[in-house]
Design a binder for this molecule. Structure first.
Ligand code: C2E
Ligand code: MG
Ligand code: MG
Ligand code: MG
Length: 276
């Protein structure tokens, strides 16, 4: 009786599951060829210091320009790249491209800025991850201090002693370490104080609600105070209005990023429009 029910359920769900699976298989196999066919691009979203108004850097955001599907947003392919393991070679490409782009910026005189790269757990947990970063920086002759790594809050809270040691090595190499999408996970404050991060990025959802919802405004204020007490800096993501910008500056938030300043753009546009 139980088996019959299970079979019935399977039949019931089959069309939907097949649909998902076919799409996923198609994406997964085209992800494999995408690297070889140069279908990936990095776009850069500028970040500005709220106190001085200076451009402090930009976040590298991955774009997949698929020959048939067009621009595929990260949310549609990063999870598949994660589960298939393809995120490892893709992530290597991202880091390498960011170093090349940083070198290009340095040549143009943009020495005082840094580029931030998003890191997937699977990539970070690779046994040779630290070594590969070190070799990459040496091979490209890119200063470690011009590259930041963003790790999501959930991932950071899962770190073992070994992972924390890796963070320490990255820091010795000069890289900046940031906790991404901060506030939506479940951070343990005492644990957070033991992690060697340089800053945190307040999730866009708080910024978008902060002027309509006093609870969110209080949470943002607490996050900024917490970070400063731990000697970390704060980047606010998803700033879209002047009102949000001014409020964050009043609260003492260090850096902002969002459509108000600029959308993510090709490196050449960033270089020409934001070279101060
Ligand atoms: P994220 O790291 O939190 O990146 C910020 C996202 O917010 C980006 O979306 C950016 O375009 C968007 N955004 C920035 N400012 C605004 C704004 O003012 N309003 C609104 N509505 N959105 C804004 P995107 O590029 O679609 O990336 C989504 C996520 O995909 C990223 O979130 C990151 O987690 C992941 N991702 C992107 N590139 C990479 C990568 O190279 N490697 C890995 N592992 N993940 C990546
Ligand atoms: Mg990010
Ligand atoms: Mg983020
Ligand atoms: Mg986010």
């Amino acid at each position: 009786h139980k088996d019959a029910n299970a079979a019935k359920e399977l039949t019931w769900y089959e069309p939907y599951m097949n649909h998902q699976t076919n799409e996923m298989i198609a994406l997964e196999s085209s992800l494999r060829s995408a690297l070889q066919s140069n279908e990936f691009e990095l776009h850069y979203q500028p970040q500005r210091d709220l106190a001085t108004g200076e451009i402090t850097g930009a976040e590298a955001l991955l774009r997949w320009n698929h020959p048939v599907f067009g621009m595929v947003p990260p949310k549609d392919f990063i999870p598949i790249a994660e589960s298939s393991g393809m995120i490892v070679p893709i992530g290597t490409w991202v880091l390498e491209q960011a170093c090349a782009d940083m070198n290009n910026l340095i040549e143009a005189g943009m020495r005082n800025i840094s580029l931030s790269v998003n890191m997937s757990p699977r990539q970070f947990y690779q046994e040779d991850f630290i070594q590969s970063v070190q070799q990459l920086l040496e091979r490209k002759q890119t200063p470690g201090c011009s590259i930041n790594i963003e790790i999501t809050e959930g991932m950071a809270m899962d770190f073992t002693v070994q992972n924390i040691e890796r963070l320490e090595v990255l820091r010795e190499l000069g890289l900046g370490l940031f906790i991404d999408d901060f506030g939506i996970g479940y951070s343990s404050l005492s644990y957070m104080s033991t992690l060697p991060f340089d800053g945190l990025k307040i999730d866009r959802s708080f910024v978008s609600r902060m002027l309509h919802n006093s609870a969110d405004a209080k949470i943002i204020k607490s996050m900024i105070d917490l970070a400063h007490n731990l000697e970390m800096s704060v980047v606010a993501e998803g700033v879209e209005t002047e009102a949000q910008y001014n409020y964050l500056r009043e609260l003492g938030c260090d850096t902002m990023q969002g459509f108000l300043l600029a959308k993510p753009m090709p490196i050449e546009d960033f270089k020409t429009s934001f070279n101060q």
